[in-house]
Design a protein around this ligand. Structure first.
Ligand code: ACO
Length: 219
């Protein structure tokens, strides 16, 4: 039974995260591993996009300026690397036509009878509204329930985050309930919707569904 649940005990199936390409309205979306040299772009984009990102992201210790500064990247990237080595997280850069435009993380990965993880993401404001996040989440979800061999992927989203709810819905996530005062975000404990998808309900996958609906095209 344990072989069935975790066919590669101690291994890290699905590492590193490379997925796509997938064409949507905005252009061609791919996922690739985060690199040390992404720091400059990461910081510039997040500094410029504070008002776009802060209402939805978990509170961190320290000011936005400090935690998203160029100097903070070494620690952020170091924690990515530790989590990758431990097999608990797969952080990825979302690229649009080869350009860094945001990040997606498969995190909280656990094996054994839980065999699950969560997905989270952000896209820089100048790249939004063209299907980028939908493509990225579909690619990430298929990777998680495919090569990473998870049984379940969940996500939490503030009910007010209309754009993100559209993304999750289009990728086939099913709503499971409301988590009251679940996470500290933007100055207060905020309710979050819990959504999930398991392998049994994933069929031919999220990318295949986007392609079948005409939302995306394989390239
Ligand atoms: N009401 C209804 N629909 C909306 C609204 C709104 N206020 N705003 C946007 N939408 C729609 C868009 O029109 C689009 O639908 P369409 O394809 O029919 O036009 C859809 O929501 C968004 O889909 P995408 O274009 O694939 O998403 P995008 O690339 O714009 O990225 C995202 C969306 C990730 C939410 C981006 O705005 C962002 O990074 N926001 C800040 C950070 C954030 O919220 N991250 C997600 C946190 S929740 C989580 O990680 C599980």
């Amino acid at each position: 039974m344990w072989d069935l649940l975790d066919p590669d005990p101690g291994g890290r199936p699905g590492w590193p995260l490379h997925a796509g390409p997938l064409r949507v309205r905005a252009g061609v979306v791919t996922l690739r591993p985060v690199r040390r040299r992404d720091g400059r772009t990461w910081s510039a984009m997040r500094m410029a996009d504070r008002s776009h990102l802060e209402p939805w992201e978990p509170t961190t210790e320290g000011s936005w300026r400090r935690t998203n500064s160029r100097a903070a990247w070494a620690a952020v990237h170091g924690s990515h690397r530790r989590a990758i080595r431990a097999g608990v997280s797969l952080p990825a850069v979302i690229e649009l036509d080869g350009e860094y435009c945001g990040q997606l993380t498969l995190g909280g990965i656990s094996r054994g009878p839980l065999c699950s993880g969560w997905i989270g993401y952000w896209v820089g404001s100048r790249f939004t509204g063209g299907g980028v996040a939908t493509a990225a989440v579909a690619l990430g979800l298929d990777h998680a329930l495919g090569p990473v061999r998870l049984h379940r992927v969940d996500a939490t989203v503030r009910p007010e985050n209309a754009a993100s709810r559209v993304v999750l819905d289009r990728c086939g996530f099913r709503e499971e309930g409301l988590l009251r005062r679940y996470l500290h975000v933007d100055g207060a404990w905020r309710d979050h919707l819990l959504v999930a998808r398991t392998r049994e309900e994933h069929g031919r996958g999220a990318v295949a569904a986007l392609v079948a609906s005409g939302f995306a095209e394989r390239v």
